[in-house]
Design a protein around this ligand. Structure first.
Ligand code: RAM
Length: 346
């Protein structure tokens, strides 16, 4: 039973306790008498405008509502760690019940998130991880190794085995993009013969800002050795797609894009194919994970299991960074055969 339902039930003593807490946060008094109080679950986006983050939040809100908790969408105007720290501090002062964050920096949020956890507020990262000491667990969209390797394989194929590759990333501190880029470099280094004529020429950062991403794409087009751009960010992909289409460029694009926005560029061949997972499912998984932590059904340790609504039973496993994670699944490939169907979904 959750706080909201308790309030509505009008059970005199319990209602009084819940009212004292404003029906927010983990209510220790309710916990002592064995009742659960879900309260407010905060979602902190990398930046508030990012359409991908908004899709993830849609799923998060669905899970929160299903569990009787109130979802709260927060995020900075631009994707910086400093602004996220301010937001976390406010959420702790507000005594929210749980925090889910897509981090703009792996380590910089640690003092603020540690304070949250010390105050009894469970913390999960999703999309872009914080270090293992700053969280209870992480929601991992898909295996980072698979994502990084597959993107290089795709780019080399699009270059017909002959042509330079550039990466248009998000911010330079983004944990998720940096990890994917590490795996891209490993794929290249480990297979020197295969990629002899498809070197990685440059990595640039559009900061998940549409204008900066477009300007960085324009700059990449000045280098005629670059034949393929990999944008492992939905914001970067969309901006690059528009530049390449406007310029009628032969440079090909692949990466991680939202089917709804990228459909025109897949349909006209600018982007022969791309990958992504279901962002709404990421949010759903995050919402149920946070709820299970708040209700002390799990602690975030490897080996624990819980039910994530329609996603079924999920397991917490050890992650490569020494902490733990919950994995959603494999990325999907989107191309001209399936984009018409998927552009309607997300
Ligand atoms: C962007 C963000 C996000 C990433 C997706 C693929 O929207 O940078 O972190 O996961 O792209």
């Amino acid at each position: 039973m959750k706080a909201k339902r308790l309030c509505a039930a009008g059970l005199a003593s319990i209602t009084a306790i819940a009212a004292l807490a404003g029906c927010q946060g983990i209510n220790p008094a309710l916990k002592k008498i064995g009742l659960k109080s879900s309260g407010v679950y905060a979602f902190v986006a990398k930046d508030i405008q990012n359409p991908y983050m908004q899709k993830v939040y849609e799923g998060f809100e669905l899970a929160c509502t299903a569990e009787g908790a109130e979802a709260l969408y927060k995020g900075p105007d631009t994707a910086t760690a400093e602004k996220q720290i301010e937001i976390i501090n406010q959420l702790v002062a507000q005594d929210v019940a749980g925090i889910a964050i897509a981090a703009n920096d792996r380590d910089a949020l640690q003092p603020a998130l540690t304070e949250a956890m010390d105050a009894g507020i469970p913390v999960i990262s999703l999309d872009s991880a914080v270090n293992k000491d700053s969280r209870n667990t992480h929601i991992q969209q898909a295996d980072p190794e698979k994502i990084g390797r597959e993107l290089i394989q795709a780019a080399a194929e699009m270059a017909d085995g002959n042509g330079g590759i550039a990466v248009l990333s998000a911010t330079a501190q983004a944990t998720n993009q940096n990890l994917w880029i590490e795996w891209m470099k490993k794929e290249l280094d480990e297979n020197p013969d295969k990629y002899a004529n498809t070197p990685l020429i440059k990595v640039v950062y559009g900061d998940d800002n549409p204008e900066k991403s477009a300007a960085e794409t324009q700059a990449l087009l000045q280098d005629e050795n670059i034949k393929v751009i990999i944008a492992p960010t939905t914001v970067g992909m969309l901006a690059a797609g528009k530049v390449l289409q406007d310029e009628k460029s032969d440079v090909k694009l692949t990466g991680l894009g939202l089917p709804s926005g990228m459909a025109p560029y897949i349909e006209d061949g600018t982007c022969p194919w791309m990958y992504l997972w279901n962002p709404i499912d990421i949010g759903v998984l995050a919402g149920y994970t946070l709820d299970s932590l708040v209700n002390e059904e799990i602690t975030g340790a490897a080996g624990e299991k819980f039910t994530a609504g329609a996603l079924g039973e999920k397991a917490i496993t050890a992650s490569a960074d020494g902490g733990t994670e919950v994995m959603l699944g494999d990325p999907f490939k989107f191309d001209s055969d399936n984009i018409a169907e998927w552009k309607e979904v997300y």
